[in-house]
Write a protein that binds this ligand. Structure first.
Ligand code: FMN
Length: 362
C-alpha cells in the first residue's frame, strides 16, 4: 500500500501536493476547487493590509512558462476574513494562508488571518529586496503575534538564497517555501512594439517549467543549510517533477503555473502520477525516498567520464528525437530502433533526457 501522506509542523497532508499562491487560489471558491481537484493541503493567495492595484495585462504565456505582474490579492482583506478563508476551511484540509510583506503589515494582518482559520502562515518576501534584514523583521513580527507555524517563502532573486534561509530560520521561522518567481523579465509584443505586461517598465516575473531546475537547485541548497522543513515550488507539472523535489529533500510541493494552465484537477492527476512512480520504484512512503539524491551532490565534480548510453530496443519507438538532438552524430535510427555509435558517443546525456519513452539509459 503506497502512503503519500506527510506531516509538516504538526499539520497532516493526505498527499504532498498543494497549490502555490496565485490566481489558481484567487478566492475561497478556487481553494475549494483545489481541494476537490485532489490537493493534499491548501495555500491561499497572498493578502496584505491594502488590496493590490494589479497592472493589466498581468499574465502572458512564454512557451511552456508564464510571466506575470500580478502582485498580491486585490480583494480586500476584510473579504478574505469574512468569506474566503471559511470556504477553504470547510474542505477539512490544512490551510496555509499567504500574508505579505513588511513587518508592520504582517503584525496587523497575521492575527486576523489566524483568527479566520488559517492553520499556518506563509510570509511572502518577494518585494523585500536583497537584504535579509526585512525578512528577519517580518518573521519576528509574525512570531510575536501568532502561535501557528510560520513559513517563509523565499525569492530566488538574491545572490545567495541560503543566506536568506538561515536568516529566516534564525528569526524563528518554522518552515521555508522555495521558490517564488524569477526576474524581472520582459516580453515585447512585436505587432505594436509594446511590452506585453502593463507593469512599470513592462517588467514581469517568470514561473513554470523554465524555472524548475533553478527551484530544484535552491531547494537542494536550502535543505542542506537549515534544519526546518522546506516546501518546493517552481515548474512542477508532473508526478516525476514532484519526485525530483522530494529526492532533494523537499517535505512537500506547491504548484501554481501548471494549475493555471491545466485547471484544478491537476493536483489529483499529479498525485496519481506520483503514486504510480512510487509503486513502480517500490517506495511505500514519502520518507522512503525523501532526500535520497542529496548524497549524490558532491562539492567537486563526481563524474568526468561515463559509459556510452544503451538503448532498450523494446521501449524504442524509432521517433528519431535522439538522432535530431545528438550534437556528435552518435545515435541514428536504423530500421525500427535507435543505435548508438560507442566511439562517437560523447556521453553528454542529452539523448537520455529527450527520449519520450525512457528507452535510452546510462
Ligand atoms: C500569476 C501569478 C501570481 C502569483 N502570485 C503570487 C502571490 O500572490 N504570492 C506568492 O507568494 N507567490 C505568487 N506567485 C508565485 C507562485 O506561487 C510560485 O512561487 C511560482 O509561480 C513558481 O511556481 P510555478 O512554476 O508552479 O508557478 C504567483 C505566480 C503567478 C504565475
Amino acid at each position: 500500500m503506497t502512503d503519500m501522506s506527510v506531516e509538516i509542523c504538526g499539520m497532516k497532508f493526505k498527499n504532498p501536493i498543494m497549490p502555490a499562491a496565485g490566481p489558481n487560489v484567487w478566492n475561497g471558491d478556487l481553494l475549494v476547487a483545489a481541494a476537490e481537484g485532489g490537493a493534499g493541503g491548501l495555500v491561499s493567495k497572498t493578502v496584505s493590509v491594502q488590496p493590490a492595484k494589479v497592472p493589466r495585462p498581468c499574465i502572458v504565456k512564454v512557451k511552456d512558462s508564464l510571466m506575470n505582474a500580478e502582485l498580491w490579492s486585490d480583494l480586500p482583506i476584510e473579504q478574505w476574513l469574512k468569506d474566503e478563508y471559511s470556504k477553504a476551511k470547510k474542505t477539512g484540509l490544512p490551510l496555509i494562508a499567504s500574508v505579505g510583506y513588511k513587518a508592520e503589515e504582517i503584525r496587523e494582518a497575521a492575527p486576523k488571518v489566524v483568527r479566520a482559520g488559517a492553520d499556518a502562515l506563509e510570509l511572502s518576501t518577494h518585494y523585500l529586496g536583497n537584504d535579509p534584514g526585512p525578512v528577519i523583521e517580518a518573521v519576528k513580527a509574525a512570531k510575536e503575534v501568532v502561535k501557528v507555524p510560520v513559513f517563509v517563502k523565499l525569492s530566488p532573486n538574491v545572490l545567495d538564497i541560503t543566506q536568506f534561509a538561515r536568516a529566516a530560520e534564525g528569526a524563528g521561522a518554522d518552515g521555508l517555501v522555495a521558490i517564488n518567481t524569477l526576474g524581472p523579465c520582459l516580453a515585447i509584443d512585436i505587432e505594436n512594439a509594446m511590452p506585453m505586461l502593463g507593469s512599470t517598465n513592462g517588467y514581469g516575473w517568470l514561473s513554470g517549467q523554465a524555472i524548475k531546475p533553478l527551484a530544484v537547485r535552491c531547494v537542494a541548497d536550502i535543505v542542506r543549510a537549515v534544519d526546518i522543513p522546506v516546501i518546493g515550488v517552481g515548474g512542477i507539472s508532473s508526478g516525476r517533477d514532484v519526485a525530483e523535489f522530494l529526492m532533494v529533500g523537499a517535505a512537500a510541493v506547491q504548484i501554481c503555473t501548471a494549475a493555471i494552465v491545466r485547471g484544478a484537477e491537476i493536483y489529483g492527476v499529479i498525485a496519481d502520477q506520483l503514486s504510480k512512480f512510487m509503486k513502480a520504484k517500490g517506495y511505500n512512503s514519502i520518507a522512503d525516498f525523501k532526500g535520497v539524491a542529496l548524497s549524490h551532490l558532491p562539492k567537486e565534480p563526481l563524474r568526468t567520464t561515463a559509459e556510452p548510453v544503451n538503448v532498450i530496443d523494446s521501449k524504442c519507438t524509432a521517433c528519431g528525437l535522439c538522432e535530431r538532438h545528438c550534437p556528435y552524430d552518435a545515435i541514428h535510427v536504423v530500421g525500427r530502433v535507435a543505435k548508438v555509435d560507442p566511439v562517437k558517443c560523447y556521453t553528454c546525456g542529452l539523448c537520455v533526457s529527450v527520449c519520450p519513452t525512457r528507452a535510452i539509459r546510462y
